[in-house]
Design a protein around this ligand. Structure first.
Ligand code: B1M
Length: 212
């Protein structure tokens, strides 16, 4: 692995938030593929953090510092990815479902979608069904993206889809779901239109939904 990418990864795992911005800024100046920085640096670091958390080697406060460190790094990469101009390819409404505060993955998906030319309206985290439905009515997006990182919040995705159906709105918007515990079988079971394993797949799916 590129030495500086490794440094970025370690910096996030160890929560060294004071150094992350300069590290990411420096590596971006080298002309490195930004996807490598995101996948092998930023995302790979959070995978390690998750494993350590699962194994009881670190606790919520440390996990939060790592997450914050990653976000600082992402904020440096984001404008570089989304700087390309052009007419929007379509509108995507995105949010993390009710009861769930995880937003790092959602934010990466948003970055990729914006980079691909979509206008993205971010509803944030812990979004209840009513708010999602109200925003679908107000904004009329082509795509609704729902993210969940907890097995306990996955059922919220089904509730949103059911409510869209009950209000006669289901045919108006394509629903795409994603997040670490979600898979294609779950997406199919709850009646979603598609599942994105990662940000690249989510982008490809959104493009296909608008006929690109
Ligand atoms: Co939490 N957490 N967390 N956490 N956290 C997990 C998810 C967990 C797996 C850790 C573990 O036990 N190993 C576990 C869930 C277990 C389960 O449900 N089975 C867990 C837990 C238990 C919890 C708490 C309950 C802990 C506690 O308080 N006891 C608590 C819950 C809070 C809540 O939400 N109500 C909690 C809290 C937190 C923090 C706040 C500390 C922090 C979140 C900070 C933030 O997001 N702002 C946090 C973090 C950072 C994690 C881990 C370590 C990392 C998640 C992450 O950011 N991954 C995570 C362990 C892990 O996943 N490795 C863990 C990096 C990110 C880039 O990946 O989000 O998967 P991901 O996104 C990917 C794809 O999934 C996909 O594309 C992204 C980019 O490739 N994708 C989509 C995501 N959304 C998509 C949507 C799409 C398409 C693709 O279409 C719409």
């Amino acid at each position: 692995m590129h030495e500086s990418v490794q440094k970025i990864k370690e910096s996030i795992i160890e929560g060294r938030h004071k150094e992350i911005e300069s590290l990411v800024r420096e590596i971006c100046k080298t002309g490195i593929d930004l996807d490598t920085v995101i996948q092998e640096g930023l995302i790979a670091a959070m995978d390690v953090v998750g494993q350590k958390f699962g194994a009881g080697e670190l606790f919520v406060p440390e996990m939060m510092v790592s997450a914050m460190t990653m976000k600082l790094g992402l904020n440096i990469v984001k404008p570089l990815l989304t700087g390309k101009a052009g007419a929007p390819k379509g509108t995507v409404l995105m949010g993390t479902v009710k009861g769930d505060l995880h937003d790092i993955g959602k934010n990466i998906v948003i970055m990729m979608l914006e980079g691909a030319g979509f206008q993205v309206i971010d509803l944030g985290v812990d979004i209840d069904v009513e708010k999602v439905v109200a925003k679908v009515i107000e904004i009329r997006p082509q795509v609704l993206g729902l993210s969940a990182l907890l097995t306990t919040t996955m059922p919220e995705m089904k509730r949103v889809i059911e409510e869209l159906g009950a209000r006669g709105l289901r045919d108006r918007v394509k629903v795409m779901v994603g997040g670490a515990p979600v898979d294609a079988a779950f997406a199919e079971k709850i009646g979603a239109d598609g599942y994105g394993k990662d940000a690249a797949q989510a982008m490809a799916l959104a493009r296909s939904f608008v006929g690109l």
